[in-house]
Design a protein around this ligand. Sequence first.
Ligand code: SAH
Length: 266
Amino acid sequence: MTSLSTPRCTLVGAGPGDPELLTLKAVKAITQATVLLVDDLVNDAVLEHASPTARIIHVGKRGGCASTPQAFIHKLMVQAVHAGEQVVRLKGGDPFIFGRGGEEVEHLRAAGIDVQVVNGITSGLAGMSSLGAPLTHREHAHGVVFVTGHAKPGDTGTDWTLLAHTAQQAKLTLVIYMGVNSLAHISQGLLQGLPARTPVAVVQNASLPTQRQALCTLGDMVDTMNREDLQSPSIIVVGDVVQGARAWASQANVPELKTQPRALQA
Ligand code: SAH
């Protein structure tokens, strides 16, 4: 139980980029905030909802330093809450899908702060939807795995071969976040358990006007990403559901889906 006097902080999901994908609750929290701590992948357009008097602190790479240490972000949040500010921690996508939202909540709660969480649309959902395809399908995929390609330093990371076998047997779609820098390693592991012909979609800057994407197969994923120069932030979707994106591309008369779908429809 929390009382009215319990200090509060709200973790808000800013969605994948398109400001129209914000929830009404997110807009309300942003509007009411007196202090906003903003992550790298949050689109600045989202901040148009903030009060002109609110203090906006960028705590990602754009904030000036290489990347604000997590401990410093924790300290800033706790200080601002104890100073009586209405603190909103704005995170890209959903606050609880990667991006260390869980650690922030634990830290705030340990400091006696009540935390509320406002969900955002995670980039893994937005990426695939922007290609007109689902992540699950009665014929092709019984479930979805959201998995990170970036292991914590010192951690062995995901066993990609094991994951590939599981995905193959259980008919699961793999949605890989933060995979660009370890692509060769990921591809090598996945190819031990999934056929090289498995369809893959890579979507960079999902939901933004700068969105770019490519459809390929697991076997030529690394070459395609290099050739198309697809960079971070990108979502990589592996599985038969990607056939839906191919179908959409052929219907929309797009031989190879490399440019923004909305622009092509215009
Ligand atoms: N909490 C975020 C994920 C943070 S981890 C979410 O729910 O979306 C950061 C990774 O998310 C990036 O490396 C990339 O894989 C993915 N990502 C975030 N925004 C993206 C976007 N607009 N398009 C494609 N991938 C994105």
